[in-house]
Ligand binder design. Structure first.
Ligand code: BG6
Length: 369
């Protein structure tokens, strides 16, 4: 039931605040992270020396965002790999490796086979999954469910923000067990996490119409590029994937720092480029580097659409459009910056008259390898 929305995707994007809120619900108490599903696993978390995150598609980009949080908070090295690549390359894993799989459906065959393989190699396995009782969580040592509710549209949206949320809760849980953060530090982050749903709602309220209109004007665009740095990099990849999936437009995401090493050759007058700008409050260094990337592409005629924090005026002279996201700590920006990109992809596909819920050639859950 679309509940009055024009598509399941539109409904599911509108549910992004709820997807985060419900995934946090009952798992944060007085600033501490409480995940009953992980009771009795302290020894496991204390004993691992590395984490390998495996997933496919959008879930893999959630994993890439999660890497920054797990490394920063829990101080454990994290590799993120596509499940089908991991499975067939003889990876070095063992009992000190925690393999975290991420899957909305819990049935993706590529991910399932990689989880089974990891177990055979003696690794510990934890599943982040949106579907109760699905195969992947059943095949894993532990599961942390995302509570995004059923996702029907083929392209994943609300599950993505719920997956990042679950990874952050996991990272903070492990940080407590390993003593890499104080209770006060954890409380500061859980407080930020609890504030995310409201901030996503603000973006939906303030920017949805304008982004949809912008997408409508761009219905004839043949190629769109996305740039991001740090946690903004996987968000750039996700923005590009969504556009490919539902609007059949060539799109690519790049690490902003990589621009001068190749992608800048693609910039010609009129080329639309989305740029996710890190907050100037957390790291002026990172922020200023991305702003100088914007100047570089603008000088070559790019049409620059910026996603930037409210109040960041430094981007104004070099941007054609500025989409605003509320203030948040650096690690929480991806949960906000992705929302305009989901709206944009949906708006563009709709403007092209496409079925956003059922894109050609794709299936919601791919149960073959
Ligand atoms: C693809 C879907 O086939 O599988 C994507 O079209 C999804 O939307 C990916 O991100 C992974 O699916 P799951 O269920 O394992 O998260």
């Amino acid at each position: 039931d679309k509940g009055g929305w024009s598509s399941f995707m539109a409904k599911e994007v509108s549910e992004e605040p709820e997807a985060v809120a419900k995934t946090v619900l009952g798992r944060v108490r007085d600033g501490a992270v409480v995940i009953p599903e992980l009771d009795g696993l302290d020894e496991l978390f204390a004993g691992i020396s590395r984490v390998v995150v495996i997933a496919c598609g959008t879930a893999a980009y959630a994993g890439q965002v999660g890497k920054y949080a797990i490394e920063q908070w829990a101080r454990i090295p994290v590799d993120v790999e596509l499940a089908h690549e991991f499975r067939y390359r003889d990876p070095v894993i063992g009992p000190d490796t925690l393999v975290v799989s991420i899957s909305q459906s819990g049935e993706t065959m590529d991910t399932l086979m990689a989880v089974k393989y990891a177990r055979e190699q003696g690794a510990r396995t934890l599943s982040i999954c949106n579907t109760q009782g699905a195969t992947i969580p059943r095949e894993s040592d532990a599961v942390v469910y995302t509570h995004a509710g059923p996702e029907v549209a083929v392209a994943s949206t609300k599950a993505f923000v719920a997956q990042i949320t679950a990874l952050y809760l996991l990272a903070l849980h492990v940080a407590r067990v390993r003593g890499s953060m104080t209770a006060e530090q954890i409380a500061r982050e859980t407080h930020e996490l609890e504030a995310v749903p409201e901030k996503i709602s603000t973006i939906l309220e303030r920017e949805q119409e304008r982004i949809t209109q912008l997408a409508g004007w761009m219905a004839d665009t043949r190629s769109v590029l996305f740039l991001g740095r740090h946690v903004g990099f996987p968000i750039a990849l996700e923005g590009a994937l969504k556009l490919k999936e539902i609007s059949y437009i060539h799109a690519e995401g790049f690490a902003a720092g990589e621009l001068k090493h190749g992608p800048i050759a693609l910039i010609e007058p009129g080329q639309p480029v989305f740029v996710i700008v890190p907050s100037p409050r957390d790291s002026t260094l990172l922020h200023d580097k991305v702003v100088s990337n914007i100047q570089e592409i603008r000088a070559r005629g790019a049409r620059v659409i910026v996603i930037a924090e409210e109040g960041d005026a430094s981007v104004l002279p070099f941007s054609d459009e500025v989409l605003r996201i509320p203030l948040a700590g650096a690690l929480f920006e991806p949960l906000l910056a992705v929302v305009p990109l989901h709206i944009f992809a949906m708006g563009l596909a709709t403007a092209k008259g496409l079925d956003v819920d059922q894109p050609r050639n794709l299936a919601k859950s791919v149960t073959v390898e």
